[in-house]
Design a protein around this ligand. Structure first.
Ligand code: NAD
Length: 369
């Protein structure tokens, strides 16, 4: 595994043992076009959403055009586009453009586009290649890496999906210049997770930030750390049988919150849901695996410095527990979590029964709401 950082010299191949490459550069797009021209193919099909189509595509538009079959396919922005109907759109367009098994989808967007494009690619003609060009901080540090594809189904987040590794992930922080601060904050939710599970030094440096606007100065070191860490973990356990579960910290509660919001027709960013999930799961961790109260209080205080508190009603408990029971990480009747053991360290395969979970969530709402 070759480590990389934006600071070195711009372009860094990471090829073994994960099958996909990550290239990272800042400013110019040289490495991307060197790569595309080296493939000697002009059979790429680009998808994006209306925001990335308007704001990100122009940065590479003229140069990328000769590589594409037809016009880019753009979707409405937002989580509700990550659905089977829009995946069907992708398949129909590919068929209309006479795509074959070497046609490569380019996902230009945040996690929504990367997840859906990867899913569409994973089953079209039993699997075609794809390239992720993440344009949000969330996608750069997490969603574009690791080969998990997904769409939402019947209020359930990421219920349908597959493992299908990208041929290339191309990261360029130039795209972040147009990303709204609310979306920077969302990516920050996932960055907090990385710090809590694996890097107490990064946590200590992050907690000193005065405001989210100061994060930009740390993009290089933070994105490099997260990408390297995720590649390392997904290389060891590509199909999430074991250590890859560590990346799910905050996500069991986080996904239940997202499902609850979808059901209520309300919106919440993925990162905000994960940040809230990290607080609630840290509360669970104090009861289930002995996370210290001091660590719990610190986690809660730091997260609430940046994120608005989410308050839940008693009527939310039942549907939330139902979503937790449907979680993909469960085993038998036990609900599975990855919990923070201490700042910078996490424990996978923490299980608890529905009964205990219900009790702890009611207790959490009573003490903390
Ligand atoms: N596959 C994985 O491993 C994985 C990991 C984490 C998250 N995810 C998924 O990723 C999604 C969340 O990702 P996200 O936060 O990037 O959401 P997103 O793709 O919906 O992007 C958020 C918003 O930012 C806009 N945007 C993106 N890049 C922009 C840019 N450069 N300039 C201006 N606007 C821009 C988008 O149009 C959208 O409105 C969720 O669906 C989540 O489930 C997947």
């Amino acid at each position: 595994l070759q480590k990389f950082s934006i600071k070195d010299n711009g372009c860094f191949p990471v090829s073994e043992p994960v099958k996909h490459k990550v290239l990272m550069e800042c400013g110019s797009f040289t490495a991307l076009f060197d790569y595309l021209s080296s493939t000697k193919s002009n059979n790429y099909f680009l998808i994006g959403d209306f925001n990335t189509g308007n704001l990100c595509l122009p940065l590479i538009g003229k140069q990328i055009k000769p590589y594409l079959i037809g016009n880019p396919l753009l979707f409405e922005a937002g989580e509700s586009s990550k659905c089977i109907e829009y995946a069907q759109h992708i398949w129909s367009s590919l068929i209309n453009k006479n795509a074959h098994r070497n046609t490569t989808i380019i996902n230009l967007g945040g996690g929504m586009i990367c997840d859906m494009g990867a899913f569409a690619a994973s089953v079209f003609k039993r699997g075609i290649p794809y390239i992720n060009i993440p344009t949000s901080l969330m996608a750069m540090v997490d969603a574009a890496i690791g080969g998990k594809s997904a769409i939402n189904f019947e209020h359930y987040k990421n219920q349908i999906g597959s493992f299908h590794f990208p041929e290339l992930v191309y990261i360029n922080t130039e795209f972040l210049k147009t990303l709204p601060i609310s979306e920077i904050l969302s990516g920050f939710g996932e960055i907090l997770k990385y710090a809590l599970i694996a890097n107490s030094e990064m946590w200590n440096s992050i907690k000193k930030l005065e405001s989210i606007n100061d994060l930009e100065k740390k993009y290089d070191e933070i994105i490099s750390f997260c990408v390297n860490y995720k590649i390392d973990i997904t290389s060891k356990d590509p199909n999430e049988q074991n250590i890859r579960k560590i990346l799910n910290a905050g996500h069991t509660i986080g996904h239940a919150i997202e499902s609850l919001f979808i059901q209520k027709n309300q919106t919440i960013s993925h990162g905000h849901a994960i940040a809230y999930g990290l607080i609630v799961e840290s509360y669970l961790a104090t009861h289930l695996i002995g996370l210290s109260n001091a660590n719990y209080e610190e986690i809660k205080t730091v997260i609430l410095k940046f994120f608005k508190k989410i308050t839940l009603d008693n009527s939310d408990i039942k549907p939330m527990v139902r979503y937790l029971i449907a979680d993909k990480k469960n085993v038998g009747s036990q609900i599975g979590f990855t919990l923070i053991q201490s700042i910078g360290e996490a424990k996978i395969n923490c299980f608890c029964t529905e009964e205990i979970l219900n009790k702890l969530i009611i207790q959490y709402l009573y003490e903390e709401n």
